[in-house]
Ligand binder design. Sequence first.
Ligand SMILES: Cc1cc2nc3c(=O)[nH]c(=O)nc-3n(C[C@H](O)[C@H](O)[C@H](O)COP(=O)(O)OP(=O)(O)OC[C@H]3O[C@@H](n4cnc5c(N)ncnc54)[C@H](O)[C@@H]3O)c2cc1C
Ligand code: SF4
Length: 447
Amino acid sequence: MPSAHTRYEKARTAERFDANFAPKKPRLTDHQAMQESARCLFCHDAPCIQACPTGIDIPLFIRQIQAGQPEAAAKTIYDSNWLGDACGQVCPTSELCEGACVHVHQDRPAVDIGRLQAYATAQVLDAASGETLYRPGPPIPLKVAVVGGGPAGIAAACSLRRAGATVEVFEAREDAGGLNRYGVAPYKYSNEDVERELDWLKAQFGFALHTSHPIVGREALEALEERFDRIVLAVGLGPTRRLAMPGEELQGAFGAVEWIAALRSRRHHWPVPDRVIVLGGGNTAIDAAAEAARCGAHTTLVYRRSREAMRAYGFEVEGARKDGVHVLFHHQPVAIMGSDTVTGVRFHRTSEEHGKLVEHPELALELPAQAVIRATGQHPAGDWAEWVPNLERDARGRIRASGEGQTGNPRYYAAGDAVNGGAEVVHAVAGAQRAAEALVRDWRARA
Ligand SMILES: Cc1cc2nc3c(=O)[nH]c(=O)nc-3n(C[C@H](O)[C@H](O)[C@H](O)COP(=O)(O)OP(=O)(O)OC[C@H]3O[C@@H](n4cnc5c(N)ncnc54)[C@H](O)[C@@H]3O)c2cc1C
Ligand code: SF4
């Protein structure tokens, strides 16, 4: 039974894990899709399209669903976004297309665009033989290596194959998918979902995918430069930043991205502690807290500033609260306590004076916990500025690239989190598609 302080029973079995992490937005039935698509006003100026970073023709695909042509709807979606299924399920739609829907401005619920999108893409992904909607373009003598098999790398590979280039993707991990597989909350997008769309895209475009194949250091890049005309860096971000706080090395102290990645692969094979503290105020902190709560741990999220200063989306904060997460503001962690293993966290109360954070050591607080998860941002992944001549990083460690992904080295393009510093899947896809198109255009101009 759940304890008095938790909403979820501890996820000790596969069945319990699946129940606790059941999809938040289950797939629409045919009937529901018909009803929901009928709510669309097919606006002439369609503000929802403007709000989508990949510019999907939303009223057109909704009209195709309404006309009983979900495969055509899927084609409309994939024509603009190679990860149409992932984006339908993981996009913060209320901040993007649905936030712009005209219904919202008339105080009515937005059309459920994300779920309609996932409904349409499922029709082609679930087809027995996997519906064929695309083929590679007529071959051109351009060979491209893509480093990183996350959303940006896969989207770039599809666009490049569509243009007829030969493409090989190199992924460091055992499985491709990037943060869709190792980061996004499992109640939004499952490993099976990742496989399904990836397999379908590979079947459509036939790019080579080498997993467990990290590209690290100048020598490895020289080898790629010999074999390929252009290289796309889609390497995302690195491990969680440390806070330089005593106790970070204790057993039971985790970085958020590492903890979430472990949870996604180990699922219920994890001894869920009674109490978990999550430190941070961004979307990753909220995700980690909601997931710890769904594991059945009493979870407290502690942020050093106010609710207003949090970077996390409001709907995600409310979702975590509904999952049973306790939120404590204005407390700065100063030490993780324990000798070998974590026993708690010590905080100082804070206040904000003219936007500046002021610590009050005289107002200390100690909270008990057996696990502490730091959601304190991520380091850049790899020393690309050292390994690639003329490639630069900005002050935040992001790879410097033009709006079309061109880095300081004309043979290298970059896209995704590595360039934008960490945004959403749809931004990674949009940037990668732009970079791939620019790469082919520039290559043609020089050929
Ligand atoms: C915890 C968390 C939750 C999130 N939840 C959401 C969400 O709900 N919705 C949403 O839209 N976005 C979410 N995001 C953001 C989203 O996942 C990212 O913006 C997106 O995955 C970025 O794609 P990418 O391809 O640039 O990077 P990644 O997804 O990080 O992929 C990069 C890939 O490159 C590989 N790689 C790195 N270095 C090398 C190397 N040297 N050689 C070979 N391969 C390498 C990595 O293993 C990885 O597979 C979340 C992010 C996090 C951290
Ligand atoms: S804004 Fe809303 S109602 Fe208008 S086309 Fe887009 S989804 Fe349909």
